[in-house]
Design a protein around this ligand. Structure first.
Ligand code: ADP
Ligand code: ASP
Ligand code: MG
Length: 405
């Protein structure tokens, strides 16, 4: 059985005319003799509205009920697409996450897929052509609906492609591929024909939301043939591959930005062993991911300042968590700044080329942009700057690294 997985994001299913259009795309795949699994997101803006609805009642809702509400957007689009396909005489039906089932753990709101049962859909394919699965959804062992985190339909699609050993997984979206940076911010961004899993993983994890980070990690692990392609234009997309990126020769492959950042500084932390373990241990207990970390060295071995970043969406919980251990740790002040953005330059070739940091810092300095925090990995350099300057920073870095078209 030749199975392909096609995933359509929120803007691709934003209204009924668009849903009818993608039904035609799906029909074309069926006409090529394929069994098609379609994974759909909620209509653009719907998930945001559902989250607002929950928050209008409570900032601390029961996690299970939160997920029941926010997963509903995908239920609507999967059935609408099934109806559109039926009217094109294609044998299709909608499948909710729990019906497949897609089994996840219990971390509601950011659940991790543990297993996907394939038997029912394979049986369905004996007499039918298209299975439309609601993205973003899972089922916990408490028999409750879970959701996979923002952008999670990408991860649903890749996990499904891996489980069904699909020929390929196409991510249809509102841009026609992966670019050297967000093409909505930098008009001179260049489309890439190919990018390695590794580079895509870094770009996504640094904020390039064209693919959810976890979907890229999964594709890499299971060697899923992944492609990002336009829902609206008939042009070739970007293949995400094991190796052979055509960007290998240039210094960097892309620039990403993340606005969902909060900077926390704990000043006057007594300079003793075990302090960092206490601070970051308490955050880990609440599953808060800490990203960039700097600690000033104390001159007199008495006190240091520790600065780090976390997702802005976790700030409230981080603040209450750390303030609970303030006495035990003995730091003086808790200072936060949410007017920050993280800009990262990413590239495989960084391993072998020096001078990338110099170019990056000089470019920012020439534009009078102050750097708050720096962090590096083998294939990326990130800086935290004021969000007032992020577009300027992205455009000037894109140009300094010779990426402009
Ligand atoms: P979907 O609703 O289809 O899942 P998303 O909004 O999640 O779409 O992702 C697509 C968006 O990702 C684009 O509209 C673009 O603004 C953004 N984006 C960020 N970085 C990049 C990049 N390097 N290449 C392409 N798009 C990017
Ligand atoms: N609808 C969900 C979101 O907006 C999942 C997705 O679109 O991938 O985050
Ligand atoms: Mg998305």
């Amino acid at each position: 059985m030749k199975i392909v997985v096609l995933k359509f994001g929120g803007t691709s299913v934003a209204d009924v005319p668009k849903i009818k259009k993608i039904a035609v795309k799906v029909k074309n795949e069926v006409n090529k003799g394929k069994k098609v699994i379609v994974v759909v997101s909620a209509m653009a803006g719907v998930t945001n509205n559902l989250i607002k609805l929950v928050k209008s009642i409570s900032n601390t809702p029961p996690h299970q009920e939160h997920d029941v509400v926010v997963s509903t957007g995908e239920q609507v689009t999967s059935a609408l697409l099934a109806i559109a396909l039926e009217s094109l005489k294609i044998k299709a039906r909608s499948w909710l996450g729990w019906q497949v089932p897609i089994i996840s753990d219990k971390s509601y709101g950011k659940a991790v897929i543990e297993d996907i049962k394939t038997d029912q859909i394979l049986e369905f394919f004996k007499k039918n052509q298209v299975a439309i699965i609601s993205g973003f959804q899972g089922l916990s062992d408490e028999n409750r609906i879970t959701t996979l985190g923002r952008g999670g339909s990408d991860t649903s699609a890749v996990a499904i492609a891996a489980s069904f050993s699909a020929e390929r997984c196409d991510i249809y979206t509102d841009v026609d591929g992966v670019y050297t940076t967000d093409p909505r911010i930098v008009k001179s961004a260049k489309k890439l024909d190919m990018i390695t899993y590794e580079e895509m993983l870094e770009l996504a994890s640094q904020g390039a939301k064209v693919l959810q980070t976890r979907s890229v990690a999964l594709a890499m692990k299971y060697n899923v043939k992944l492609r990002v392609i336009s829902s609206f234009e008939d042009v070739p997309g970007t293949s995400i591959t094991k190796e052979g990126s055509n960007m290998e020769k240039s210094e960097i492959s892309g620039i990403a930005h993340s606005l969902n950042e909060a900077k926390i500084t704990l000043s006057g932390v007594p300079d003793q062993p075990g302090q960092a373990a206490k601070i970051f241990g308490s955050l880990a207990e609440h599953s808060i991911n800490v990203d960039m970390i700097v600690q000033s060295s104390s001159i007199n071995y008495q006190a240091t300042d520790i600065t780090f970043t976390i997702p802005e969406s976790d700030l409230l919980i981080a603040e209450s968590t750390i303030k609970k251990v303030q006495k035990e740790i003995g730091f003086r002040k808790f200072i936060t700044d949410t007017n920050v953005v993280k800009i990262s330059v990413v590239g495989n070739a960084m391993r072998t080329q020096s001078g990338i940091a110099k170019t990056m810092f000089e470019t920012l300095a020439n534009n009078q942009i102050n750097i708050h925090v720096i962090s590096t990995s083998e294939i990326k350099i990130s800086v935290l700057i004021s969000s007032d300057y992020y577009e300027l920073a992205m455009r000037s870095l894109h140009s300094s690294f010779g990426l402009d078209v």
